[in-house]
Design a protein around this ligand. Sequence first.
Ligand SMILES: Nc1ncnc2c1ncn2[C@@H]1O[C@H](COP(=O)(O)OP(=O)(O)O)[C@@H](O)[C@H]1O
Ligand SMILES: [Mg+2]
Length: 357
Amino acid sequence: MLNLKSPGQYSAGGAKPPRLPGDKTHSHAAYIQIRDRIQQRLLAELNPSVTRSDTAEVRRVTERLFNDTLAELGLPLSRLERNDIFDAVMADILGLGPLEVLLNDDSITEVLVNGPDHVFIERSGKLEECDVKFRDNDDVMRIVERIVAPLGRRVDESSPMVDARLPDGSRVNVIIPPLSLVGPSISIRKFPKHALTPDELIKKGAFTPGIGEFMRACVKARLNIVVSGGTGTGKTTVLNALSSYIPEGERILTIEDAAELRLQQRHVVRLEARPANVEGKGHISIRQLVINALRMRPDRIVVGEVRGGEALDMLQAMNTGHDGSLTTVHSNNAGYVASCGNDGVDGRHGSTAKGDS
Ligand SMILES: Nc1ncnc2c1ncn2[C@@H]1O[C@H](COP(=O)(O)OP(=O)(O)O)[C@@H](O)[C@H]1O
Ligand SMILES: [Mg+2]
């Protein structure tokens, strides 16, 4: 992704980008003018066989048009300012426009667009409004299309709600008018670049070194482990940390709704469930993947979160030789999870461990 530092309107939170000559309004107007001209010309001049994915070609053509446009407009810009505007134009053409700067900022964990005028971010668990703005609903929709098109999805009146993912794994939900009354709404949960290790969790006080050792022994001894907790309590984080205890040399299958786990071992097959397409077809559930995984000679099955029918398959698998499995379940009470497991399945091991965080 482009490391975008763009003019006025695109500054995220605290850090202010360099200013163009004149005030913010002037710089932004100049930027819009340049961007629109370049986009129009790009459409006219770009060889139709060149796709957006041919970044180098698009960049080359854009650069030429950019220089021509600047010369025509006779704008006195320093080299730094030119670079900033060029990056912003490229982000608009190839990337996610005003959202790029927010997505590239590692201190931001969520990006929430409530229509064109209200963009919020989450930093260190706190929500704050930032001064990123879109021109209008169409400007937001351009970015929405850029997000969903590569995934073969579409957002329009007939399918106004879509879950998608950015190439870096960040989760995106889009809901548009008429369902959203504030304009197109985008919610991005950024994929953290770094997953917390057991040692880091211990340092943070999530569990003691003793519990860490105990959990390591449990994983090594192939006990089945269910991590339970409410939303956002750190289940996935703990599951990921626990999975680091799986010895190298075992064949691990991970199954998730949205791939979040990052296992460090070499022998890992990652499976991801698939939502239905626009025609409502092609849905592949976690449960189907669990059943399929059992035929893939797994040493370990790690399921991101069990919610539905797959719970039964998981428990049955755990009790019929596929022990050492790890998963999470949404619950406020680990005891309740354990009793459900015992009621639902004739458990031989009954070793539902609590890893609540
Ligand atoms: N012990 C911890 N200390 C600080 N942050 C944590 C801790 N555990 C998890 N987090 C952070 O909390 C957020 C939610 O964690 P996650 O594991 O995705 O929750 P869940 O799977 O229960 O919904 C993530 O951003 C994660 O990095
Ligand atoms: Mg989770």
